[in-house]
Design a protein around this ligand. Structure first.
Ligand code: AMP
Length: 256
């Protein structure tokens, strides 16, 4: 795996790979099996695999966990090596958002409600960084997890609305053996909190908002809602201690 930290180095590194197809997996690092499943799919479906690793400050609100977000670059490098990632793009915040940056992508309706309401400005940051990555890497396909269902819907719509020439692939949520959806933020949970957090997948598994709300009554619930994404999902956000967790299950149609 070749590590690039500047846009200039990324562009030069990608030059010889342009003869074949390129798959891109945007991430914030701290890899787990959810990320690895995206790498695997992208590896199989493309000639070259590019992974970006960037804890994007513009998608975190004031008072959120930007500073303490898990960072584990050495281990990530090993996992990227094992997953046969060709190019890892790990820029600094200034490289992506230099002084004077002032152009943003807003996906209006899909970016509202659920996470959009709970985290004002979040999807503006996500959509903008993804468009920049699409413009820099020019991938044939980009891979996202159904775990972040609203994010996937926002990115699909942005690509459609702005005629970005990339195929968006959304893959199923990977869960731990106990049912908890894998997330870099699970590292924040104490064993006792993790036990309580299991109410989240159990509640969503009912696929019924009323029953789910009832099963979540002992947790600090931000929302439990059916969302009309494509596919529709039952989505929830809860706080367990100081950790905010989101999860969803697909309600209709094909997986994910
Ligand atoms: P993150 O590094 O958390 O921004 O996630 C990078 C990508 O991995 C996003 O497209 C996420 O939706 C996806 N992802 C995160 N957790 C999971 C999971 N448990 N299963 C599948 N995909 C996931």
């Amino acid at each position: 795996v070749k590590i690039t930290r500047t846009i200039a180095d990324l562009v030069t590194t990608l030059e010889p790979l342009r003869g074949g197809s390129i798959g891109l997996v945007p991430t914030m690092g701290a890899f787990h099996a959810g990320h690895l499943s995206l790498f695997d799919a992208a590896r199989k479906e493309n000639d070259a695999l590019v992974v970006s690793m960037f804890v994007n400050p513009t998608q975190f609100g004031a008072g959120e966990d930007f500073e303490r977000y898990p960072r584990s670059e050495e281990r990530d490098l090993e996992l990227a090596e094992q997953a046969e990632v060709d190019v890892l793009f790990a820029p600094t915040a200034d490289e992506v958002f230099p002084p004077g940056f002032q152009s943003w992508v807003e996906v209006e309706n899909l970016g509202r409600g659920l996470e959009g309401d709970a985290r004002p400005g979040h999807f503006r940051g996500v959509a903008t960084v993804c468009l920049k990555l699409f413009n820099l890497v020019r991938p044939d396909r980009a891979y996202f997890g159904q775990k972040d269902a609203q994010q996937a819907a926002v990115i699909r719509r942005m690509v459609r609305d702005l005629d970005v020439p990339v195929e968006i692939r959304v893959l199923p949520t990977i869960r731990d053996e106990d049912g908890l959806a894998l997330s870099s933020r699970n590292a924040y949970l104490s064993p006792e909190e993790r036990e309580r957090a299991l109410a989240l997948p159990r509640a969503l598994a009912t696929r019924d908002p009323e029953r789910a709300r009832d099963l979540l009554r002992d947790l600090d619930v931000e929302y439990v809602e059916v969302a009309d994404f494509d596919p529709s999902v039952l989505a929830a956000a809860v706080r367990v201690g100081s950790t905010r967790l989101i999860d969803n299950v697909v309600l209709e149609g094909e997986s994910p």
